[in-house]
Design a protein around this ligand. Structure first.
Ligand code: FAD
Ligand code: ZN
Length: 481
């Protein structure tokens, strides 16, 4: 489709042109109103910008990009601003604009027979889930930030979350995309097809590209049957090896019904109990490791609960599981999930932490945990390892909390050094140093160190081909040119 270039009298500055495109309701320059867009929630990344520009439709996004392309203005796409790697924060120059998708929040259509829904990038994830639920369908992407993160950010980071084991990452939940390219052309790839091998699969270029290749404005999402039965349990055990044994047993016994399998270290559980009101470990005593498991089925008479109880009874008998509690109600299941989902907030309240977002083959998780734990204890005595995450995906948030005797600044100054030590172990297990949250500005060095030179060259070739002036989210993912 052709770009929608507007001709403007040459005496109007590019910023005035942008303002004219989006109108007063899409234009923010007041420092106080801009502030929430300029920094992320933990205060780790902050910048300044010439304006926050919020187009109301794809045509406006296209016109905004055409002006920025012509004037070489850096554009930082932003959806819910909940990302954890500084990808949505502008630089310090004050010359970039933030392109906020917040006004593009319509569910455009839902095709129940095709099990698809078309939503705009500024839809809050919880609203997309609700639209699917209204049609008695499930949109399975689920993460703790779902009340404020938006579809555009989910797509741009290929978000994971707690349902990946069963339904895949965001990438697996998308059939088509609409994208505005850096020069203002619109790629209407809103295909709702499940099979289409006609040429390269362009959507996968933009999913996970963190705003560096184009602006995602809408997507065709896959829907699934609603789960009719769920069985949720919290288990206590002595080792990460035991947790892996449980996971394997549950998969074997229940086929693909395991929809969640979250590992929680004793340290993570302790932080939650210390900082999160009304959080209670329902097991009789503390254990070195916990596993939160959930089975779900779209059938009402699935017998899942019985199956879970029988499998757990066998694992308790053999001593693999030391203690277990099965949720008796949705409220109890919710309380168990809250324990898991409160960990990042509990860590924030406990003080400074260095985040590692790694993956290794599922079978290597226990060995990784031991080795990486030993390495960090050696180089930073007293460091508290707060490991938790998606065991079934081999993805752990192997976070390091400051030693009680060290101040925050001193600890955070060791970010690169400690991540490097953890990454070395990750790479020995052929893992990834950025499994779920992406690269943004936080992990540029780690990407450079961990990827093969050929892979980095390919990425730079794609970037240069799509964004020759380097205006799309400059400096993110691949670093400065
Ligand atoms: P933003 O923060 O606004 O943007 C993220 C990146 O995408 C930036 O690089 C931005 O430039 C780019 N971007 C945004 N919109 C567009 C667009 N329309 N077009 C092109 N580029 C765009 N993440 C997980 O994967 N799994 C989790 O389980 C998870 N749990 C979290 C829990 C908490 C409490 C928090 C705060 C965050 C969590 N995250 C998790 C991280 C974050 O919520 C996700 O990455 C989310 O998908 C980001 O969406 P957002 O709308 O906030 O994106
Ligand atoms: Zn996660």
């Amino acid at each position: 489709m052709a770009g929608m270039q507007e001709s403007h009298p040459p005496d109007i500055s590019p910023l005035e042109q942008l303002r004219a495109i989006v109108g007063a309701s899409g234009w923010i320059t007041d420092p106080e109103l801009m502030a929430p867009y300029l920094r992320e929630w933990r205060g780790l990344f902050a910048g300044s910008a010439a304006a926050v520009v919020s187009p109301a439709c794809t045509g406006e996004v296209a016109r905004v990009m055409a002006v920025c392309h012509a004037a070489r203005i850096g554009v930082v796409p932003q959806s819910g601003n909940t990302g954890l790697c500084g990808g949505a924060a502008p630089d310090q120059s004050g010359a970039q604009i933030i392109l906020s998708l917040r006004r593009m929040n319509r569910i455009r259509s839902l095709d129940a027979a095709n099990d698809t829904l078309v939503a705009e990038a500024g839809c809050i994830l919880a609203d997309v889930q609700a639209a699917a639920r209204q049609a008695d369908r499930l949109f399975p992407l689920s993460l703790a930030a779902e009340g404020s993160c938006m579809l555009g950010g989910n797509l741009a980071t290929n978000a994971g979350g707690t349902n990946v084991l069963r339904y895949g990452n965001t990438r697996d939940l998308v059939l088509g995309l609409e994208v505005v390219l850096p020069d203002g052309r619109v790629w209407d790839g809103l295909s709702a097809l499940r099979k289409d091998n006609a040429g390269y699969e362009l959507r996968h270029l933009f999913i996970g590209s963190e705003g560096t290749l184009g602006v995602i404005t809408a997507a065709v999402l896959r829907l699934f049957p609603q789960p009719r039965e769920q069985a949720t349990a919290l288990l206590g055990m002595g080792s990460a090896e035991d947790a892996l044994t449980v996971y394997t047993a549950l998969r074997r016994e229940s086929g693909d019904s395991v929809s969640g399998c979250e590992l929680i270290s004793a340290q993570a559980m302790d932080f939650v109990q210390a900082h999160i009101p009304d959080s209670r470990n329902p097991l009789q005593q503390p254990y070195p490791w916990y596993l939160l498991v959930e089975l779900s089925s779209a059938r009402v008479d699935s017998g899942l609960r019985l199956l879970l109880e029988q499998t757990l009874a066998r694992l308790l008998d053999s001593g693999v599981v030391a203690d277990a509690v099965v949720a008796e109600s949705l409220a109890q299941a919710g309380a168990l999930w809250r324990l898991r989902e409160s960990i990042p907030e509990a860590q924030r309240l406990e003080g400074a932490s260095i985040k590692n977002d790694i993956s290794v083959p599922v079978s290597s998780v226990p060995a990784f945990v031991h080795e990486a734990g030993e390495v960090v204890a050696q180089v930073c005595p007293g460091v508290r390892v707060c490991a938790f995450g998606h065991l079934g995906d081999g993805n752990l948030h192997f976070n390091l909390q400051q030693p009680v005797t060290m101040n925050s600044g001193e600890f955070l100054a060791r970010w690169d050094e400690l991540c490097r030590h953890v990454d070395d172990v990750v790479l020995r297990y052929a893992g990834s140093v950025a499994a779920e949250h992406g690269i943004g500005q936080l992990r540029i060095g780690e990407l450079q160190r961990s990827k093969q030179a050929v892979a980095l060259e390919l990425m730079r070739t794609i970037k240069a081909g799509l964004d020759p002036h380097g205006i799309m989210n400059p400096g993110k993912v691949l670093g400065k040119r």
